[in-house]
Design a protein around this ligand. Sequence first.
Ligand code: GTS
Length: 233
Amino acid sequence: MTSEIIEFDAPKRAAMKIYDWPTGPYPARVRIALAEKNLQSRVQFVTVDLYKGEHKTAGFLAKNYSGTLPVLELDDGTFIAECTAITEYLDALDGAPTLTGRTPREKGLIHMMSKRAELELLDAISVYFHHATPGLGPDVEIYQNAEWGLRQRDKALRGMHYFDALLKSQPFVTGETFSMADITVIGGLIFAGLVELPVPAACEALRTWYARMQERPSVRNRLTMSAPTKASA
Ligand code: GTS
């Protein structure tokens, strides 16, 4: 694998690695969670080039059977894939969860809404990208079904209207506080921007919420998080 480790703000050797693609919408979810938890100095980023198909090599599949990014590697060699699982791990590290809920009720609602944001928005846009656009290119996209992709694009648009309706009456996706569910919707809208699927003008509440979310340092600075120095893996 021709990956590189990118270090930032790391006075001592970071204990965890995050395999990601810096501009990717799913990796963005973990980058935002890291910043919200102020854990940046404890990770090194390893860039895995999606457009070269590095995430489908045997070496990478040994880390994550699903062949997707991001993946968290702990200092004991444990690999944790899936944004939700990684966020839950990071949120629990300090014993004071802020993103995944403190009470059973909060945990249940946040998990439900985050999953809904995946099903109705983020994953739907991902399917649209991989099936109805050139996606990651012919070497990586070995099977495409444009009709399925276009149906998922329509599903994502319906999802935008759903979240718009929700955000008309509350400041955050699960109610009064920022959570993993907001991060998942943010990931969806990042992906929507990349595939040029604008949030409909009618979705005013969702557009206003998204503008507010982009003022959060964790969201605004997610791309520069890993910029300063590079070292070989
Ligand atoms: N369910 C996974 C999660 O939540 O982590 C999905 C991860 C995912 O699809 N990641 C994208 C990926 O690896 C990364 S990005 O598109 O956001 O950059 N895509 C490559 C592929 O071939 O599916």
